[in-house]
Design a protein around this ligand. Structure first.
Ligand SMILES: Cc1cc2nc3c(=O)[nH]c(=O)nc-3n(C[C@H](O)[C@H](O)[C@H](O)COP(=O)(O)OP(=O)(O)OC[C@H]3O[C@@H](n4cnc5c(N)ncnc54)[C@H](O)[C@@H]3O)c2cc1C
Length: 298
């Protein structure tokens, strides 16, 4: 289906973009356009003005922060994440997950900002950013605010963004010493969307897991931390047996979603498996030189 007639503007500065968005209820930011144009073509939503933010300098580039973390512009593409030496050096898994999103055409255009602001529960980056304690930097004409990634995703295609507000960048803190990250997905069929996904980060103190993050996706409409499982992991041995025991109760306190792809109980059981694999990857990565293990598919 073709796009309905829509006005297109390309502001020359962030301030100009914020001004347009503040003054026009029918204006929407256009980043990579990979999802928004499909939404418009399918008449799921309509907008009056597409505000092309994809070439704004303030939303571009990846910079090292003073504390050794990363500041990633909202319009950085998956391909740029994959190819960034800074990302690969300290947050290897972020580049690796980006490198596995769909195909090269999507990776050339899709942006970290669009991936997060769409808040599609099947998107790859949100659970990993929550596991990495990323912070979303938002700007509107009224000013700037920071929102923890764990609080940014509010629901099915819903975020903490207020009208007229843009995600400008994503700040990813440095990986603590002795840390590693892991990421696994269960998808049925080569081209299928993930049915259950887990992202983990662990910090080791010798043979003990000193700290952990365990984030599940597709058990709810937003990424959720399983803090009960984290509590069982923390202070436990970093062995396969101990990780498996801690992950045996993953999602037990949750009511996973059910849909045509899988029942609630099936998702709960698969969440345990994905969690164990993601945590095991994270432990292996923490022991090795890499700051994250290999991504497990789509
Ligand atoms: C065939 C196909 C397969 C795909 N497969 C995958 C996949 O396997 N994994 C995956 O994660 N994704 C997948 N996607 C989605 C893709 O990653 C999109 O690029 C992503 O969802 C949106 O990013 P975008 O930059 O294209 O954003 P856009 O489509 O331009 O925008 C998406 C939404 O976010 C808003 N927005 C964008 N940037 C900002 C900002 N900085 N501030 C405020 N609001 C903003 C827009 O207004 C819009 O509502 C797929 C898409 C297609 C078409």
């Amino acid at each position: 289906m073709l796009l309905e007639q829509v006005e297109y503007v390309r502001p020359q500065s962030l301030d100009e973009a914020l001004e347009i968005l503040a003054n026009d209820d029918g204006a929407a930011p256009l980043a990579g356009g990979q999802s928004l144009t499909n939404v418009l073509k399918n008449r799921v939503a309509s907008v009056d003005v597409l505000v092309d933010i994809s070439r704004l300098d303030d939303l571009a580039g990846i910079a090292r922060t003073a504390d050794g973390g990363l500041s990633i512009g909202a319009c950085v593409t998956y391909d740029e994440l994959d190819r960034s030496a800074d990302v690969r050096q300290t947050h290897w898994l972020l580049g690796e997950v980006a490198a596995h999103i769909e195909d090269q055409q999507i990776r050339n255009k899709g942006t970290i900002g669009g991936n997060c602001c769409l808040s599609d529960p099947t998107n790859n980056l949100p659970p990993l950013l929550v596991a990495l304690d990323a912070v979303m930097e938002l700007r509107s004409r009224a000013g700037q605010r920071s929102v923890a990634s764990a609080d940014f995703f509010k629901g099915y295609f819903a975020t903490a963004l207020e009208p007229g507000e843009l995600l400008v960048s994503v700040t990813v803190p440095p990986m603590p010493a002795g840390s590693g990250a892991g990421y696994t997905s269960l998808a049925v069929g080569a081209d299928a969307k993930a049915m259950v996904r887990a992202a983990a980060r662990v910090t080791l103190d010798g043979g003990t897991i000193a700290d952990s993050r365990l984030v599940l996706a597709r058990v709810a409409h937003v990424p959720v931390r399983d803090t009960d499982a984290e509590a069982r992991l923390n202070g436990g041995d970093a062995t396969e047996e101990s990780v498996a025991a801690a992950c045996a109760g993953v999602a037990d306190g949750m009511q996973p979603i059910a849909d045509v792809h899988g029942s609630s109980e099936y998702r709960r059981q698969m969440a345990k498996v994905m969690a164990r694999r993601a945590v095991s990857q994270a432990v292996a990565a923490a022991r090795g030189s890499r700051n994250g293990s290999k991504a497990g598919g789509n």
